[in-house]
Structures are given as structure tokens and as C-alpha cells.
Design a protein around this ligand. Structure first.
Ligand code: GRF
Length: 224
């Protein structure tokens, strides 16, 4: 069984999608064994507890410095003996030392079509540029921010009249489908994680990972 730990800082809607699409599914050999937040008020902690999942907070403000925070975080995570670490709205940049402990078995969901638009405020930046399309990416975490190999992307249209909130909501629907999908690939032993050359079913991934769009309430593969 794949033991998953989720790190988050806020709302936890991706956690909810992972609970429903991975943890609670009898046909997926994986379990979220813990959720750790760096913020005590993160709603994601309540979602975890409500699902019977161990929830812990390492409050960054209660730690003397970044090293102290990360040491406490590493201790909380390793106590849960994870096979896979999933960042789901974890709003804190992690040091190369931290990443080195868990990479390549650490994934992140980022709300843009990486390598385009790393960093914050992706939706506002896409709109300001006049983009016609947006999306989200699941990638392997490496020390450089939002830069590890992309495993899969979901693309959504930008519609006339969109603002950052409406676009974020549309992208989020894709995140909620895509993150559980990629996690199931790991649980099924189909995805071989690697910080440079991950493989699915023994084959190299396309440069931007597998690409999907949303049709109805499901992902559909798309070519370009
Ligand atoms: C998501 O948009 C994710 O892409 C980004 O942070 C947000 C987290 O949302 N990294 P939630 O806490 O999962 O609802």
C-alpha cells in the first residue's frame, strides 16, 4: 500500500479531491496517512480530521528560523513513514536540503501550464498577457521552484469576461481531476518517479507531461 502524506497551507480542496479519488477508493492501493500544515488555521486540517486522517501543524511562526521549521517538519513527516509526499497548496518554499530528503517522491500541483508562469498570481498574469488558455500542472519537486519534470497537465480555455477568480475556479476543477489521476499512477506502480526522467509504463514522458482537457466531469487526453 502506498503511504501518502499531504502538505498544505490553506483551504485544502485538492486534499478533498485526493481523499475522494485516492484515499477512499477501495480499488486504489493507497492511503493518506497524514496531513501536515505550516499554518494552524488551514481549513485543510479540518478536512483531514473529518476524514479520520491524522492532521498536524508545524507552525512556522513558532519556530526560531527556517532550519528549525524544516527540522520539525521533517520529523513530523518521517514519523508518518510516507512513500509519497504531495504538496497541495503548500505556500512555503522548501530548502534544497528538505527537497533532497524526499525527492523524487514528492509532487506538486501548480496552477499554470509549466514551464510557463512559475510562481504566484498565475491567473492574473495569464489574463494580463491576454492568454487564450490556462491550466494546471503536476510535477516532480526539485530544489528550483516549480521547475521539476512535468508529469501531466490539464488545459482550460480562458473565456471572455474571466477575472482571476473565475479562471482560478475553472483551473481548480482540472486540478481536482488531475492530481488524483497522477497519484493513482504512482499507487498502481505505473509511474516511475525520477527527478530528471520519470517514466510511465516504462516509457519516457512527453516533454510537458501527458496533456488533458476537461470534458463533462472527466479528463480527456489531448494532443497539443
Ligand atoms: C491550488 O490552486 C494549487 O494549484 C496551488 O494552491 C492552490 C491550493 O488550493 N498550488 P487548495 O488549498 O487545494 O484548495
Amino acid at each position: 500500500m502506498l503511504r501518502i502524506v499531504v502538505l498544505l497551507s490553506g483551504r485544502g480542496s485538492n486534499l478533498a479531491a485526493l481523499i475522494e479519488g485516492v484515499h477512499a477508493r477501495a480499488d486504489v492501493d493507497a492511503e493518506i496517512v497524514g496531513v501536515v500544515s505550516n499554518r494552524p488555521r488551514a481549513t485543510g486540517l479540518q478536512r483531514a480530521s473529518a476524514a479520520g486522517i491524522t492532521a498536524a501543524c508545524i507552525d512556522q511562526r513558532a519556530c526560531a528560523d527556517r532550519d528549525g521549521f524544516e527540522q520539525a517538519l521533517v520529523a513530523a513527516i518521517t514519523a508518518l513513514e510516507p512513500d509519497l509526499l504531495l504538496l497541495a497548496g503548500f505556500m512555503r518554499i522548501l530548502s534544497a536540503d528538505f527537497v533532497g530528503r524526499f525527492s523524487p517522491r514528492m509532487l506538486n500541483v501548480h496552477p499554470s501550464l509549466l514551464p510557463d508562469l512559475p510562481g504566484l498570481d498565475t491567473h492574473a498574469r495569464a489574463l494580463a498577457r491576454g492568454d487564450r488558455e490556462a491550466g494546471a500542472s503536476i510535477h516532480v519537486v526539485i530544489p528550483e521552484l516549480d521547475s521539476g519534470p512535468v508529469l501531466a497537465q490539464v488545459r482550460v480555455p480562458i473565456e471572455a469576461g474571466d477575472d482571476a477568480a473565475s479562471l482560478a475556479a475553472r483551473v481548480l476543477i482540472g486540478e481536482h481531476l488531475l492530481y488524483p489521476e497522477v497519484t493513482r499512477w504512482v499507487a498502481e506502480g505505473r509511474l516511475q518517479l525520477d527527478a530528471a526522467h520519470p517514466r510511465l509504463d516504462g516509457r519516457a514522458l512527453p516533454a510537458s507531461g501527458f496533456r488533458y482537457r476537461i470534458e463533462g466531469d472527466a479528463l480527456q487526453p489531448c494532443d497539443s
